[in-house]
Design a protein around this ligand. Sequence first.
Ligand code: FPP
Length: 244
Amino acid sequence: MLDLIDKEKLPKHIAIIMDGNGRWAKERDKDRLFGHQHGVMSVREVVEGCSEIGIKYLTLYAFSTENWNRPENEVKGLMELLVATIRKEAESLSKNGVRLHVIGDMESLPEYCQVELQEAITMTEKNDQLHLVLALSYSSKWEILKAVKEIVGQVNRNELRVEDITEEVFRNHLTTKDIPDPELMIRTSGEHRISNFLLYQMAYAELYFTHTHWPDFRKKNLYEAILNFQNRERRFGKISEQLY
Ligand code: FPP
């Protein structure tokens, strides 16, 4: 599989909606957290897989704004799992040239979570082999509203004129301002939705859906998605003949 992938035509940024942990656990008569725990293995697989093949940016939707509405024990379990994973993996991420970023409302996370994340962000800040972006307490509607409020504030203070609001100005107010737009979005577990994830940034992303539940997702599934991406014709509004 790996040798079929054209290393010259890799998507620069892959974004993943890691779905199906709960269903995977239910099929095994276990509680939802059991599914999340096994999902961590898949996180490791995709980080390694992206690193090995030369993908520069990987964004994982780990916790959405809406996920705060889940049962309290699941939210607490997810936060603890996140912190335990970061603590366990930070050194290895650092050694392997991975730089950690967080997008989302980081201030809404529990204090101990913010501290652990900030440490790992600082520890890896000089790396640039693979940028691992965790979307935590993230939603596109939250992000877009935040950008609008910041821009309106600048206009009100006469720091910016309405006619000077360009796409570039707008994107500089998004949490992804230094990150290129994703070219490939993968969602596991059979749902065909974007669920409030990188809506603005995914304007031209190729969408790939698989029935595999997240805890079963392995490098070969990642490579399958990349191969599928490479066999698509990306026209960006043009016609076929204009591309070649
Ligand atoms: C979606 O499955 C999964 C999540 C909301 C959480 C993903 C978290 C992890 C894989 C663990 C920690 C992550 C990192 C980055 C260390 P679901 O619960 O919505 O599944 P369901 O749709 O089957 O109920």
